[in-house]
Design a protein around this ligand. Structure first.
Ligand code: ZN
Length: 297
């Protein structure tokens, strides 16, 4: 049972919306599944924390997919999540690591790159999609999400994300928070929060010290100002299945599937997110062909 969860809150009489997440177990599971190296884990882990919180801004069966495509050696990062805290993700080259940066920290920018895009797709059900994209401004992930929220969703926001990796590459601590400013908040409040955020300890340190998501928001916003609304359990969850891969193979069309039968006498498909593999025998591939909707001429 995962101990990861996120909390949603309001503060300063509803003028501030806030989210905080502890994602240590979830990022740890992804690290183990993909045998990730530390800098790659930090980049993907930060993205997982941010996506979990953005998922919590959705409702019902809505889903969000985040893709960070930089020019660094890590290759694209893809993470998706829903409003129920179920999350999965991968980095294209999980065994990526570079020396620490000049602050002695994992050099996330060095693996993500500084040129590229952060794109977001929200699947809002009934074929209703929202998409947004911003250029990367930092490659450190938190600044890039801040830029996205400000530019694409027009909500002034502060985003903090952090991951601590143990010497044996396992995950020691991971988490983050998002603070959003609604219209009508006084400049005084904004200055207060900016000062607090710029002087507090790094989020990964707070998580490592055992602070809960609630305690982190109290740290940022002040105990007397914050009102907690809801908590959501966060966990790694991949919804892939043999049936879904069968559908994808079927979508390749009759000729492709026949070629798999003739040349390879079967097929194997692997999920990018959880690395589960699915085998399709010759007979199963034949059945996929037989069940294809009749071809349009
Ligand atoms: Zn999967």
């Amino acid at each position: 049972m995962s101990t990861d969860y996120l909390v949603k809150a309001l503060a300063f009489n509803g003028g501030i919306r806030a989210y905080a997440v502890r994602s240590t177990e979830t990022v740890g599971e992804v690290q183990r599944r993909h045998h990730m190296w530390p800098t790659a884990t930090a980049a993907l882990g930060r993205t997982i924390s941010a996506t979990a919180m953005m998922g919590a801004m959705l409702k019902g069966e809505d889903r969000i997919t985040v893709k960070i495509q930089g020019d660094g050696p890590l290759g694209p990062i893809v993470v998706d999540a829903n409003a129920k805290g179920e999350i999965r993700g991968y980095a294209t080259n999980p065994q990526t690591h570079v020396p620490l940066n000049d602050k002695g920290k994992l050099d996330v920018r060095g693996v993500v790159g500084t040129e590229g895009t952060l794109s977001i797709i929200k699947d809002l059900g009934l074929k209703d999609y929202f998409t947004g994209q911003v250029p990367l401004i930092s490659g450190e992930i938190a600044e890039d999400f801040t830029q996205y929220l400000v530019v694409s969703e027009q909500v002034p926001s502060a985003v903090a994300l952090g991951v601590l990796v143990n010497p044996d590459n396992t995950v020691k601590a991971a988490g983050g928070f998002i603070i959003q400013v609604m219209p009508g908040v006084t400049d005084e409040t904004i200055t207060l929060l900016e000062e607090k955020i710029s002087t507090m300890k790094p989020i990964s340190t707070l998580i490592d010290q055992g602070l809960s998501p609630e305690e982190i928001l109290i740290e940022v916003l002040g105990k007397e100002n914050v009102e907690f609304l809801d908590t959501v359990n966060v966990k790694f969850d991949c919804e892939c299945s043999k049936e879904r891969f069968g559908d994808a193979i079927q979508a390749l069309g009759c000729h492709e599937v026949q070629a798999m039968i003739d040349e390879d006498h079967g097929a194997e498909a692997q999920c990018h997110f959880c690395l589960e593999t699915y085998q399709f025998s010759e007979a199963e591939l034949k059945q996929l062909i037989d069940n294809m909707p009749s071809a349009e001429d």
